[in-house]
Design a protein around this ligand. Sequence first.
Ligand code: NBX
Length: 831
Amino acid sequence: GDGMGKAKAERMFGLMDGFLKNDPVSLQKSILDHVEYTVARSRFNFDDFEAYQALSHSVRDRLIERWHDTHQHFKKKDPKRLYFLSLEFLMGRTLSNSVINLGIRDQYADALSQLGFDFEVVAEQEGDAALGNGGLARLSACQMDSLATLDYPAMGYGLRYQFGLFRQIILDGFQHEQPDYWLNFGNPWEIERVHVSYPVKFYGTVKEEFVNGETRKAWVPGEMVEAVAYDNPIPGYGTRNAINLRLWAAKPSGQYDMESYNTGDYINAVFNRQKAETISSVLYPDDRSYQGKELRLKQQYFFVSASIQDIIRRFKDVNSNFDDFPEKVALQLTDTHPSLSIVEVMRILLDEEHLAWKKAWDIVCKISSFTTHTVILEGLEKIPVDLLESLLPRHLQIIYEINQMFMEEWKKKIGNDYARLSRMSIVEEGSVKSIRVANLSVACCHTVNGVSRVHSEIIKSKVFKDFYEVWPEKFQYKTNGVTQRRWVVVSNPGLSALITKYLGTEAWIRNVDLLSGLRQHASDLALHQDWKMVKKVNKTRLAEYIEMMSGVKVSLDAMFDVQIKRIHEYKRQLLNILGVIHRYDCIKNMAKGDRMKVVPRVCIIGGKAAPGYEAAKKIIKLCHAVAETINNDTEIGDLLKLVFIPDYNVSVAELVIPGSDLSQHISTAGHEASGTGSMKFLMNGCLLLATADGSTVEIIEEIGVDNVFIFGAKMSEVPALREKVASTKASLQFSRVVRMVKDGYFGFKDYFKSLCDNLENGDDFYLLGSDFASYLEAQAAADRAFADQEKWTEMSILCTAGSGRFSSDRTIEEYAKKTWGIEPCKCPSDS
Ligand code: NBX
């Protein structure tokens, strides 16, 4: 029942306020209660971390209230829901974002200061939730924020890894990885739901039974683990809605292994049960290639199976006919990682709900949509058939049947073009027979999305060309976006206040297109004054952080030039470092008088390398070796500094982005599917130095070529250049800097050999040599622009003004309308 009766409760408390009050006195009391009863410290004696714990529990109470109301409202309205499946979510910190989205940041800051604490200092106590690798994972997090803010009836599903992305430690310039045991100090933001759990099965055999004159397949599993739900409320901004991110943790199953207990070896039986938890224990830190590892496959299936069971259970709570399933469910697959969900839905509909094949198939195709985040064919996942057969025997059968169905359909469409049919096949024959998960996803989903316009062109003309020709209507794109709540309002309060002042409204926080209103003030000198002031404050914070982390003192008058992202050869951090060496070499060879004309720079690089990625690790070491030489060269002083920021993550990004002047997005054209870091810099008024790759192409269209420093080969020129590079000599300029590394100018000659050999031996796959001259020109153009501070500030304002299209709000609206077919479902509020 409803307890005291819902109507009465609503009269007594009012829905918007809920049960909890948000005035400073109530908030103070709430914090102190949590100090005393939740954290169990004395209310007269607690430190910053304990204040953080108490504060977050107080905020959590308010989140839970809205989350319950939203849940109830969705249940009552029973709209079509979006289920967003992603194996990775890079949420970062939760506290600041939550109080801002709830609209009670200032009240909390007041309450805290009366207790003798500073909100900013307390918020710094929080560690990052780093349940993901890079762009894909942070995109999922941004999209959850937008789904909540735009009132969509959506729910995210993921895994609750006990170890998030490794911590990067730098020793002697080399990367070392340390486990990120992030749950050590407790996680106030999650709600453990012990009663929401599902069995997930593995191994075993498939039996055939005859029931009512038909053959039924039944999977008799050999192992079972339990998936337990941990719910994470995601508050929208300026709305009462708070949606759910449900993360699964693996626990030993209560039902299954009575056998082992009866054999007498009690201690070992307990140990064996504990092994179940390894399934969700660690995030795979490799974001490039797929290794046919059994644990990874188990992880994927564990995630998929629990989520699908949960979705079907929710559907069956109120519906009895699976014909209605596609009107109630949209399933979004983030890359190929959750693609077994296609097969799992089929299995449940066939074997457990006893639907006919055709009907089940129809449902699966209608609900599933797929977004790919890569351009690299070799990176596409393949599951060895042997592995799948032993782990998920019934799923393999279903995949074979799906494939057979498609092969017949395609044969009718394209005839006996066997080369092409074998490329399209979901089953890859060969030395290791395997399942092509990407082909499975493309074949079964109603929509295949790219993450930027050029990415979509690549998909259609290369990666999935054969499929595009058969089903052109399936292929769409939704250019990525990021949330301006976290990336401007939370991380850059100074700029937010200034934007609000000049636009005369806070409405841009929900409707970011309004930022274009800044254009009319772009040459307003009063705004320039304020704008520069905000930047200076942010640069000061960043400079302090740099000094603390690396011991290097940097000048605030220098241009802060930043490249932060995962380390990859295609992202060309090496090009950046070679450019820095060139700059150093030029200054060294200059007449003393000319040095006065040099625009001082602080070059900042940050990012993690996958633990097994040798070349990426060498690039990190090279950065440190070059930095060591330059930063200790007294002749150079403030004219040039190079710093590596260790352990790059979401909270570091929140500090670095607002404090940078220039940011680099310099991938070889045709390699970055979209890129989302660039959008965060753009919103914060940082200028971009970039190649025409991924979403940068669209950014240039929005802000105009005059406001970006663009360089390098175009995508269409890359193939011809690659052939040319193999037979021509590198330029003198380029050779000179490569030689410096090669000849041991920065030490570690043998270690760096493989990085440089490739470049000079005609094996410069990422075209560093051929783009070098134009890279340096773009850098020189940036110097000239920076020397004219009013010009630079005007460009900076125009970047923010032109960033509206790159909000995840816009991306999510497009998905909702064109791919998912869902409508907003707004939880009522009294105000
Ligand atoms: O997804 C990234 C792309 O490289 C970016 O261009 C794009 O902006 C972003 C969002 O669409 N891809 C990415 O981050 N991939 C992974 O992190 C990844 C993780 C695990 C894995 C493969 C890739 N097995």
